[in-house]
Design a protein around this ligand. Sequence first.
Ligand code: ADP
Ligand code: MG
Length: 389
Amino acid sequence: MIRIESVTKRYPDGTVAVDRLSLDIPDRSITVLVGPSGCGKTTTLRMINRMVEPTEGSILLDGADIRQQPVNTLRRSMGYVIQNAGLFQHRTIVDNIATVPRLLGWSRQKARARAAELMERVGLDTALAKRYPYQLSGGQQQRVGVARALAADPPVLLMDEPFSAVDPVVRKGLQDELLRLQGELGKTIVFVTHDIDEAIKLGTMVAVLRTGGRLAQFAPPAELLSAPADPFVEDFLGADRGIRRLSFFPSDGLELRTEPLAGPGAGGGRSTAGDTPYLLATDADGRPLGWGTPDDLTADTPDPGRLLPYGRPFVPGTDSLRTALDGAVLSPTGWAVAVDAEGRALGVVSQQTIGEAIRAAHTAEAGPAAAEPETDTAEADTDTAEAAR
Ligand code: ADP
Ligand code: MG
């Protein structure tokens, strides 16, 4: 564990970049430092590998003050990734990645073999090995930066806005890749960003800093969204907080209806199932095609022009209630379609049922007392549930 103990950094010109910051950064998870520009994120990160020394306070690594070991030993145990990757422009990709192993005295051959292995790990084609950084896209360069930081297999990875300079689509790919990689490697990652959505997506724990380098809140992402500590955090989280919070509620509890599923030619002679005005046409493999009335679905291949769109389907258990709700809102029928991993329709669920599941999730979170209120204290329990939100 990395323990930051009441650390203050005052630069020589008097700027207080970090003000009595205390944080316990857990092992083998991603801790995100997030906050507006100038709130002391980079300074904090650089104090962890001693590129900046605190004015007051101390930082402990596994219980020992980081000043007790030689600074080079400390830095070797901590990979460092920065915005724009910070690659050596005059070195090939493979030599960039092999930099630290070479410094550690590995043979050229062993270091290059390690570099090739890491290129695959971070999703880079090894055919790029002999290129120079300027011959790679921004996203590829960023992957090289991550590979280079991992080269000597350090237990800690410090990442300073590593994905901020790439476009949103590439950024999403890099974020997904980091989560996948972390699932395999289990590093202790301290990740700095000014993007709250990135923080919520990546962080196991998120530290929100405010200008002046003071900690506003340190909590798991779901808790930040449900209970922001103060108006600053609430404002920083931005709009749609309630909707975004649904990402943390699973969709596997939703009760799916299968009666409205209609395979090829299955519309003939059928009436719609109770409260669903339409049937969901599926192809021979069971994949959804669209919604239609029984009359629309008498042919083996329904006329696509007559079908209503089914929105974006969700995978129960994998996707969240947010995805399910999004699917229901996207379809003019108000129903979401659940599919398995192969895209075959499992059933459908209405906006109303999703709404009930959302309420149930809130109630369950508020505790058993609120879930099953006694008749005479029901009102008080409702208040408790409100307060807990
Ligand atoms: P962030 O990474 O959150 O944008 P920084 O840690 O880079 O913030 O900076 C925090 C504050 O410290 C800012 O006000 C910045 O201008 C100031 N600062 C950063 N580095 C120095 C320095 N070397 N000398 C003086 N002030 C600095
Ligand atoms: Mg910074």
